[in-house]
Ligand binder design. Structure first.
Ligand code: SAM
Length: 290
């Protein structure tokens, strides 16, 4: 049959042929809707020049569409049982490389150097395993990979947190961790029905455009992220009280004096600060204690 992998009947046929049993622990929810995949590709900006990195090809539903539209696809898959299946389902495509490795353990920078052309625009596209969405994205960003964008299907609530605006329920330290490196946008909501098996949660497509430079100047990145985390530690507490738990050898008056230098009222809540204000806050405390 010439049908795409991402159809209910073809997927069923492949699963049956290999007597494949899903591993829930690996977040295995396969896409059975070609329309959704084409939407992902469109938002990802994948074209014939693109080198694409995929995380978790499964039985190859997204990999196949990527291979059709991109120059080359390199996919990391942790589940050994899927390797012979992928050999079979993707047999018709010569521009796919499957790497049997846990993405969290992978040296992606090295793989990019080995697998793609010099100066080729590289995009990461994936339907991520939901149990480790955040660790995967933070690893990819901390590695400062030479990639243009990351477009991923993830749990809707997590996508909303990553793309949130100040003063919203979803805004938090994860928002800052992601938006320090990227311009983040939820481009589409996706119903459970496009997966086999269906996940318990709704999904969204998150697009992250990598920034060339951070949007704010910080004296020390680790320190900045510690301040951000502490500011959201107890969401209903004031900034002053949350920071008092971080700087245990300063009293609240001393803490407010440092905050005054940043022009920030200690009575505010963390969720009201934008990234620029967090940077100012971190930088005055950094200078105070160093
Ligand atoms: N791309 C396929 C699709 O859209 O139909 C499958 C997506 S499924 C949500 C997630 C895939 O990631 C599974 O194939 C799973 O085995 C794989 N996976 C889970 N943890 C992984 C890890 N740490 N590194 C690489 N792949 C992983």
């Amino acid at each position: 049959s010439t049908k795409y992998i991402a159809t209910p009947s073809k997927t069923k046929e492949i699963l049956k042929k290999y007597a494949f049993a899903f591993k829930k622990s690996l977040g295995q929810n396969f896409i059975i809707d070609v329309n959704i995949l084409q939407n992902i590709l469109k938002h990802a900006g994948v074209d014939k020049d693109s080198g694409v990195i995929e995380i978790g090809p499964g039985i190859g539903a997204l990999t196949e569409q990527l291979a059709i539209h991109a120059d080359k696809v390199v996919a990391f898959e942790i589940d050994q049982r899927l390797l012979p299946i992928l050999d079979d389902t993707l047999e018709a495509y010569s521009n796919i490389e499957i790497i049997h490795q846990d993405i969290l353990e992978a040296d992606v920078t090295e793989v990019i150097r080995e697998q793609f052309k010099e100066n080729q625009p590289i995009r990461i596209v994936a339907n991520l395993p939901y149990y480790i969405t955040t660790p995967i994205l933070l690893k990819l960003l901390h590695d400062r990979l030479p990639v243009e964008s990351i477009t991923v299907m993830i749990q809707k609530e997590v996508a909303e947190r990553m793309a949130a605006e100040p003063n919203s329920k979803s805004y938090g330290s994860l928002t800052i961790a992601i938006q320090y490196y990227t311009d983040a946008e939820v481009v589409m909501n996706v119903p459970k029905t496009v997966f086999n098996p269906q996940p318990n949660v709704d999904s969204g497509i998150l697009k992250l455009e990598l920034r060339k430079e951070p949007p704010v100047y910080v004296e020390d990145e680790d320190f900045f992220f510690r301040i951000v985390k502490a500011s959201f530690a107890q969401r209903r507490k004031t900034l002053r009280n949350n920071l008092a738990n971080l700087f245990t050898d300063m009293n609240k008056t001393e803490i407010q004096e440092v905050m005054d230098q940043a022009g920030i009222d200690g009575g505010r809540r963390g969720e009201s600060l934008n990234m620029e204000e967090f940077a100012q806050l971190a930088n005055v405390f950094y200078k105070e204690i160093n």
